[in-house]
Unconditional design. Sequence first.
Length: 94
Amino acid sequence: MHYISELITEITYAMKKSCAVFGGIAYYAGGDNIICFLPYSNLEAFLKSASFDNAKIGIGIAESPRAALKLAAQALDLIRSGKCSGSVCVLREE
């Protein structure tokens, strides 16, 4: 169990560093979920620079953080169900 805790800490720290480079903030939300808030203008550069081996990435784009989180969770559900191809799915607020 200790190994898993250390691994989560290492991954979270790496994500925090990656997000900070692009003007964002990240935090561990429990389970296998790490959330990163960043300016929309830096999203493409962030995705190109980071390595997300074996990760599913749900991205929500919205005016409020709450709406963005909801969309990101829905995007992850679409990846898991096979309705969004690949390991990255982006949903935007209408």
